[in-house]
Design a protein around this ligand. Structure first.
Ligand code: HEC
Ligand code: HEC
Ligand code: HEC
Ligand code: HEC
Ligand code: HEC
Ligand code: HEC
Ligand code: HEC
Ligand code: HEC
Ligand code: HEC
Length: 311
């Protein structure tokens, strides 16, 4: 038994020493050349890319005003983020410039083909700079629902469509709806959170980069997500509705519903999912089963009075 343990220890120690003395296999620049599949390509600089092909493009205008273009090294005064940090070395591309429909076009097949790379590899283009320490928000990206379903950073961040590299508040929902058609439908229901009205948006509740709770929710629980805005529903009540209000989705749809108040079901169906209906024996209509339970049980989220969630 101890013999095996000793052997295991030996393997671990030698493994670690080996790792400690090892060097990176390739420099970043060589790695990019390898992804492009051409080791003979060299870097030519953003000015050359722009001068050769993209001087009068919208793309140029957008890029110049973007936060990526603003990243300049203090020491060298050169851009830290330029065309080639994402697209790979460009010397071969500008060797053969063609005219297509009156527009200059470089031999872009010699660049890294960002459109054809698998999602994981596309993301590495971004993650080499947007590490967890520089962009803490991506800490749960790996293994998130979007990551494992091959959604890439650039599926959401259209870097050349405007100077904005983030996804703007007003553009967000439509961008998400592009893939989430069912959710789009939910927001058209009579009762809905005012997302289409642009008063709030998906990232008020979700973190598209991943999270440590279910459904990419921003907070640890559904209740915490909701009470950020509906503060009064988070206040502890001396007489709570059991623990059902810990999960607001016991009764509410978060996006939209055909029933009032985003309710999953109409009353009394909603209440009768968990309760038996009842008659009030003292009342004149003692035979009647009540329909609108909240006419009497109006403090449905919790009450300050002892029994019954009555007012
Ligand atoms: C931060 C990374 C990044 C930088 C910097 C960058 N690009 Fe891009 N570029 C991309 C991505 C990602 C795509 C889109 C690939 C896709 O559609 O999946 C793209 C697409 C393109 C396209 C294809 C046309 C299109 O709009 O789909 C051209 C041309 C292009 N880039 C040129 C440039 C030039 C020129 C520069 C420098 C001024 C530049 N890019 C800087 C990441 C970058
Ligand atoms: C060479 C390094 C580098 C690469 C590669 C890179 N970025 Fe950036 N990016 C930066 C820096 C630096 C900033 C500015 C500081 C910050 O906001 O973190 C930035 C900012 C951003 C912002 C925030 C803009 C804002 O207004 O707050 C977004 C979004 C972004 N990058 C997306 C991407 C995407 C998507 C990719 C991959 C296609 C990518 N970046 C590749 C360095 C890089
Ligand atoms: C499903 C869509 C989606 C994907 C995939 C995505 N993002 Fe974002 N990203 C957004 C949205 C939406 C915002 C704006 C968030 C906000 O305003 O709260 C954003 C914001 C950002 C920001 C700026 C603000 C911040 O949170 O720090 C950076 C940087 C960024 N994303 C980088 C990335 C990188 C890197 C990847 C890939 C690893 C990526 N994003 C993947 C949708 C996405
Ligand atoms: C008010 C908060 C809130 C807003 C705003 C919101 N969501 Fe949600 N979303 C939730 C909650 C909570 C869940 C989990 C529901 C559940 O588990 O029953 C969820 C679930 C989802 C799911 C998973 C659905 C499933 O059946 O698994 C998707 C996809 C989704 N939301 C997309 C979106 C998109 C896209 C937007 C913006 C257009 C958006 N959400 C806006 C709170 C919100
Ligand atoms: C390029 C397509 C695409 C875009 C854009 C996109 N998503 Fe998704 N999303 C997916 C796929 C694929 C899944 C996994 C399958 C599913 O649950 O539908 C997913 C899953 C989700 C889930 C459910 C996570 C879970 O654990 O079940 C939520 C929530 C979500 N997305 C929110 C958003 C939000 C918010 C945006 C916009 C900021 C967005 N998505 C943009 C493709 C996309
Ligand atoms: C970013 C803030 C925000 C968050 C987070 C939020 N809400 Fe709302 N909620 C609103 C706004 C704004 C309205 C609309 C109020 C109005 O129209 O007067 C609303 C309305 C409602 C309504 C009434 C709908 C109607 O038809 O009158 C219910 C119920 C509701 N929210 C439940 C929830 C639940 C459950 C959650 C968590 C999943 C949640 N909210 C998270 C902002 C928020
Ligand atoms: C047991 C079911 C149930 C649960 C669980 C529940 N609600 Fe409600 N909620 C209702 C009913 C029923 C109404 C309609 C009230 C009425 O008609 O008087 C309502 C109405 C609302 C409204 C709109 C009216 C108002 O009072 O402002 C908001 C906002 C709301 N709920 C938020 C929440 C939040 C946040 C949670 C989770 C902390 C939650 N609800 C959990 C049943 C529930
Ligand atoms: C998801 C299940 C669920 C739903 C839906 C639900 N309840 Fe309840 N309700 C409970 C639980 C659990 C308790 C706590 C039972 C206990 O403590 O004995 C409770 C307790 C109550 C009480 C007694 C409180 C007290 O102080 O004794 C009333 C009254 C009540 N609910 C009314 C309603 C009404 C009205 C609705 C519909 C708007 C509703 N409930 C919807 C699960 C639910
Ligand atoms: C006309 C007013 C009224 C209506 C409408 C009403 N209730 Fe009640 N409910 C009461 C009163 C009063 C009590 C007794 C409170 C007490 O224990 O003193 C009560 C008690 C309860 C209790 C607690 C029972 C217990 O043994 O502690 C539940 C659960 C309940 N009601 C559910 C419902 C449901 C579900 C509906 C709708 C189908 C409903 N109520 C409609 C007035 C009403």
């Amino acid at each position: 038994m101890f013999k095996y343990l000793f052997l295991l220890l030996l393997i671990i120690i030698t493994g670690c020493t080996y790792l400690g003395s090892s060097k990176p296999i390739l420099k970043q620049s060589d790695l990019e050349k390898m992804i492009a599949g051409r080791f003979d390509a060299e870097y030519v600089g953003t000015d050359t890319c722009l001068f050769k092909c993209h001087e009068h493009d919208k793309l140029n205008e957008h890029f110049k005003k973007s936060i990526h273009a603003e990243q300049i090294s203090k020491e060298t005064a050169l851009p830290l983020v330029n065309c080639e940090t994402c697209h790979g070395p460009g010397s071969l591309a500008i060797e053969n410039i063609k005219e297509v429909n009156g527009k200059k076009q470089c031999d872009y097949e010699t660049l890294i083909n960002l459109k054809k790379l698998p999602a994981g590899a596309k993301n590495l283009t971004c993650l080499k700079c947007h590490t967890i320490s520089s962009t803490p928000n991506t800490v749960f990206y790996r293994g998130s629902a979007h990551d494992i379903n091959d959604v890439a950073c650039s599926d959401c961040h259209k870097l050349h469509q405007s100077p904005l590299q983030k996804v703007g508040f007003f553009e967000q929902a439509d961008m998400c709806f592009h893939c989430h058609k069912k959710i789009k439908l939910q927001f058209t229901a009579i009762s809905h959170h005012p997302v289409n009205e642009k008063k709030m948006t998906c990232t008020d509740c979700h973190n598209p980069h991943g999270s440590n709770s279910e459904k990419l929710l921003k907070k640890d629980s559904i209740k915490e997500v909701c009470v950020r805005c509906h503060l009064e529903k988070g206040a502890p009540n001396p007489f709570s509705h059991g623990d059902v209000t810990d999960d607001c989705t016991n009764c509410h749809n978060p996006h939209g519903s055909v029933n009032d108040n985003l309710l999953k079901f109409r009353e009394p169906t909603l209440c009768l999912k968990c309760h038996k209906g009842h008659h009030l024996t003292s009342s004149a209509d003692s035979k009647k089963l009540y329909n609108r339970c909240t006419d009497c049980h109006s403090t449905i989220h919790g009450s300050t009075t002892p029994k019954g969630l009555l007012r």
